[in-house]
Write a protein of this length. Structure first.
Length: 128
């Protein structure tokens, strides 16, 4: 028997790094033509080794990309939260400045801290 063409396959199934009960799979298949002066057994071994290496590299790239996207998503979420908090604080600061600017000598201001919000409560209209 003369072998003129070979096909090899390799695949990996691995756990998703951030999800439970979720697996990922990558597969590679390669075909090669065996030359007349080439050993079919050597060609099969070499091709299988290359396919196995390619699958492992692809698996590692998938995991790296997933981790990158997860970190980027978490950073985007934290940035959005920080921006909302900054906006809320700017609004609070604006309100405090407006209150200060509108105060008169006949206005008593009581500033306390609400335990739930950690923001001062201002009673704007208590006279002396």
């Amino acid at each position: 028997m003369v072998v003129t063409q070979i096909t090899v396959r390799a695949g990996r199934t691995f756990n998703h790094p951030h999800e439970q009960f979720s697996n990922l799979r990558c597969d590679v298949e390669a075909t090669a033509t065996v030359a007349e002066n080439e050993s079919a057994a050597d060609a099969i071994s070499l091709l299988q080794e290359r396919v196995e290496m390619t699958v492992e590299e692809h698996k590692n790239k998938m995991l790296t990309d997933i981790r990158f996207l997860k970190q980027k998503s978490e950073l985007e979420k934290n940035i959005a939260k920080a921006e909302r908090e900054i906006h809320e604080r700017e609004q609070y600061l604006k309100s405090m400045r407006e209150h200060r600017d509108n105060m008169t000598e006949n206005t008593l201001v009581t500033i306390g801290v609400d335990d739930e919000e950690d923001e001062p409560d201002i009673d704007h209209e208590q006279p002396f």
